[in-house]
Design a protein around this ligand. Structure first.
Ligand code: ATP
Length: 261
């Protein structure tokens, strides 16, 4: 079945949001977007264009002041419990081991943790290359490892949707590239619908099925680009002509927006 004929999983229809109705200026406006189940969509755009606002609306943490957000045809009207969110900083609890940190949301949600949960935690930690660190404390881990723990913690709840808000921006370039490939491996094994915000155009092209390019505030959709680069992708993908073409197309939108007006 082609993507176009699939039913949308996340749908935004003429979505807009105004944080300050008295002032009346919109943060985002007229957003139309359909995301398919298990699709990986990256969002890029200038600072302050409303990327995080978009993500918060999908999570139900923010209700749009115009238009409608729905997930599987049901309008989002309150915070959803089927989304996993990964932020720029993993905010691990310093007094718990890595394993207890990733199990914490399950314990909080259901009041107990089963043997199956513990096995799954170990399996995901192994996929993230953290097996040997499951009984270590967070401050014994590097920044990249802590961020992997944050991703495992979000995945352990087995959310339908994974929302990632600049998850790798605090990491150095090499760690960032590696953790991107780790994320792709985990996503391939455990498919999820991913909305991934990044300031890195090459990261967006390397990871995503489609890249949403937003305009300056009030943010709206400038382009939605199919990343037709075959998977699995690797470090050498960056050297392909198609990669260069796609990143150039996005750069043009960001740095020469008037050319598309
Ligand atoms: N709670 C809030 N109250 C008022 N204005 C807000 C609030 N949150 C965000 N804004 C404004 O809405 C606009 C969009 O913010 P948002 O954080 O969604 O942008 P962003 O694209 O994620 O930015 P960045 O790339 O810098 O993280 C910005 O102009 C911001 O100042």
């Amino acid at each position: 079945m082609s993507k176009a004929s699939e039913r949308a999983f996340v749908r935004m229809e003429q979505v807009g949001h105004c944080y300050d109705p008295a002032a009346g200026n919109m943060a985002v406006q007229q957003i139309d977007l359909e995301i398919h189940r298990h699709e990986f969509v990256a969002v890029v755009g200038p600072s302050g264009c409303g990327k995080s606002t978009l993500l918060r609306m999908v999570a139900g943490l923010l209700i749009p002041s115009a238009g409608k957000v729905s997930v599987f045809d049901r309008q989002v009207t309150e915070p959803r419990d089927d989304v996993g969110i990964v932020f720029q900083k993993p905010t691990l609890l310093p007094w718990l081991t890595v394993r207890d940190n990733v199990l914490f949301p399950l314990k909080h949600k259901y009041g107990l943790v089963t043997a199956a949960d513990k096995n799954r935690a170990e399996e995901l930690l192994a996929m993230a290359g953290l097996s040997q660190f499951s009984v270590r404390m967070p401050d014994e881990l590097s920044g990249g490892m802590q961020q992997r723990v944050g991703i495992v913690r979000a995945l352990l709840l087995n959310p339908d949707i994974l929302l990632m808000d600049e998850p790798f921006s605090a990491l150095d370039a090499m760690t960032r590239e590696q953790i991107g490939f780790d994320l792709l491996n985990i996503w391939t094994e455990h498919p999820k619908t991913v909305l991934f915000i990044t300031h890195s155009i090459s990261e967006a092209v390397l990871l995503a099925d489609r890249v949403l390019v937003m305009s300056q505030r009030p943010g709206t959709v400038l382009d939605l680009i199919d990343i037709d680069i075959p998977r699995p992708r690797s470090a050498t993908t960056i050297n392909t002509p198609r990669f260069a073409e796609l990143t150039a197309r996005i750069r043009k939108h960001i740095y020469e927006p008037e050319a598309h007006a």
